[in-house]
Write a protein that binds this ligand. Structure first.
Ligand code: SAM
Length: 299
């Protein structure tokens, strides 16, 4: 059984990137009335407490959404559009000034989806699946939201294509098992064969590991071979090098330094919408001089 619990990481810089992109994509897709299906192959628990035990243990939100909120409150310039939208959405889950609750991808999506849309949530971990079930039950969403305690890689393609032929698929594994990288590429490859016009979004960590570097390349090859447009965005907040220890000190591995989002069939407006927000994220969430962003697109 895997040990990854997203609650430790909720609201960190990777979530800021991932959920800002997710909202920008959904905003665009929801401009059309036709029903949209969102498939979240690795959903997590759905809602997280930022002041709870898990989040408090590593305090990753302190260097992510909490830092962003604090910086935004004193910034001279307003936040760029997509980033402002992200922060406003997180605030909608919180009453008052302090951010205590953080919405994961299932709740970001459900918050934006309409009556005619559908949300399919996969979560394999028994504890998180139970929590997700409980959180979704509060919404009284009926058939609009389905929680599946199944392998997201295994069966999520069964919803593709949906009857309306409009879908966004988010694949956001924990990558704690090395094979998650290859399974992600294989899943997107299969899904693309079944439903070539779906929008696919994959989050991945940027860490010194060959599989992690290989994944965006493989996704780009899949998109290019299928003749589909793609977009790749990344956010780095610090160097990936090990911290230098003083004599007698334990060498500590720094936390996640960077991550990326790779999209196939992204909205054509996405790159222009994201660019200023990525630049501001890199500036506001910088932990050292290596902070930066990249944004590429093609096809
Ligand atoms: N997408 C969520 C968000 O943005 O709020 C975070 C998801 S977290 C990074 C990854 C989740 O996938 C974990 O909760 C883990 O238990 C779950 N998981 C791991 N392997 C899975 C699989 N094969 N199928 C479905 N869920 C899986």
């Amino acid at each position: 059984m895997f040990s990854y619990r997203h609650a430790f990481h909720a609201g960190n810089h990777a979530d800021v990137l991932k959920h800002t992109v997710l909202i920008a994509v959904l905003d665009h897709l929801l401009e059309k009335d036709t029903a949209l299906t969102v498939v979240d192959t690795h959903a997590g628990a759905g809602l997280y407490r930022l002041d709870g035990d898990y989040a408090g243990t590593s305090g990753e939100a302190a260097e992510g959404v909490l830092r962003l909120a604090e910086a935004a409150a004193t910034a001279k310039e307003p936040l760029p559009d997509a980033l402002a939208r992200y922060l406003a959405l997180v605030r909608e889950f919180n009453r008052g000034e302090a951010l205590r609750v953080y919405p994961g991808s299932p709740f970001v999506a459900q918050h934006l989806l309409r009556e005619q849309d559908r949300l399919k949530l996969y979560e394999l971990h028994p504890t998180d699946a139970k929590t997700l079930d409980g959180n979704v039950a509060q919404l009284d969403a009926g058939r609009r939201i389905a929680v599946l305690r199944e392998d997201g890689f295994g069966s999520a393609t069964k919803f593709l294509p949906p009857p309306s032929r409009r879908a966004l698929v988010l694949t956001d594994p924990s990558y704690e098992i090395k094979t998650d990288y290859a399974r992600t590429a294989a899943y997107v490859g299969d899904a693309l064969k079944r439903f070539a016009t779906g929008v696919y979004a994959v989050w991945y960590p940027i860490i010194p590991r060959p599989e992690a570097h290989e994944l965006p390349r493989r996704l780009k090859t899949l998109a290019t071979k299928a003749g589909k447009p793609w977009l790749s965005a990344s956010l780095t907040v610090k160097s990936s090098r090990m911290a230098t220890a003083l004599p007698g000190e334990t060498v500590r591995r720094p936390g996640l330094p960077a991550s990326g989002m790779f999209l196939i069939n992204p909205p054509h407006t996405l790159a222009a919408r994201l660019r200023p927000s990525l630049a501001r994220m890199a500036q506001m969430l910088a932990q050292d001089a290596n902070a930066a962003f990249t944004l590429e697109h093609g096809g």
